[in-house]
Design a protein around this ligand. Sequence first.
Ligand code: NAP
Length: 273
Amino acid sequence: MNSRIAGVIGWPAAHSLSPKLHGYWLRTLGVGGEYVAWPVRPEALESFITTMAGKGFAGCNVTIPHKEAVFNLLRKIGEVDDTAIHAGAVNTIIVKTGGILHGTNTDVYGFTENVRPHLTGKNKAVIFGAGGAARAIGRALIDLAFNTIIIANRTLARADAIGQQFGRRLEIASWQERAALLENSDLLVNATSLGMAGKPPLEIDLSSLPGHALVTDVVYTPLETPLLAEARARGNPAVDGLGMLLHQAAPGFAAWFGVKPEVTDALRRYMLA
Ligand code: NAP
């Protein structure tokens, strides 16, 4: 098969870290292929997607603002898997034999691979946030078989929508009670954009958080968010959000280029340089 060109579609697309990441894997694994940034305006999205198989592209990543639109489009003209349905969004398209466009969402995989080696217990998890990232993390924590999963969000209705989608496997809590939820928990996940450069920090009193509990953040700019810094300062194990980003890219690369890449310390250093 010659279709070894993949890329990322977004508007804009220049900010995306994906070309640097996939370029590293292509080079270090000696894979003959190309990964490019495709800036695609919203009004040009449908025509780009419907012609990509004919152009011989192996597939693409999908970033802001196209993830939901691609999901809705592929439901009509291609196929979407369960992870995309749970997320309500597609972040990876794979062109299958016969030009079938397969949409998936690799954030569940990315989150799971990032935290699994560091988990210190699987009884109770608390998620802050109820956007796309939180939805994927909710799915991941159900698959990891946590006994209790609680989601707290500023806009309660959004948390409630996720709770309903997952058949009440997730419990819902208000934003105001977030500190009290930490009692007896094994995992705290910030899945809001709070703590990101240019945004306010996540304000949270960690005094109820058990010392063994793992704290992780989806935000990766900065790498050490105020939440992670505070957690580490009080002795809690902590995992940053860059690993999720790196791991979520691996399934796409494997599908497009036929080689399973690895997330290594050398890759992390390269991405941070
Ligand atoms: P989203 O759908 O826009 O959701 C944003 C979330 O942040 C919502 O729950 C929102 O609450 C909450 N939020 C924003 N400002 C807030 C404030 N001032 N106070 C309280 N809550 C606030 O975004 P997303 O796609 O889920 O992404 C969330 C973050 O995850 C982003 O920073 C994104 O870059 C990051 N992310 C990282 C990875 C990775 O691989 N590491 C993957 C995906 C996303 P409301 O519902 O009340 O607005």
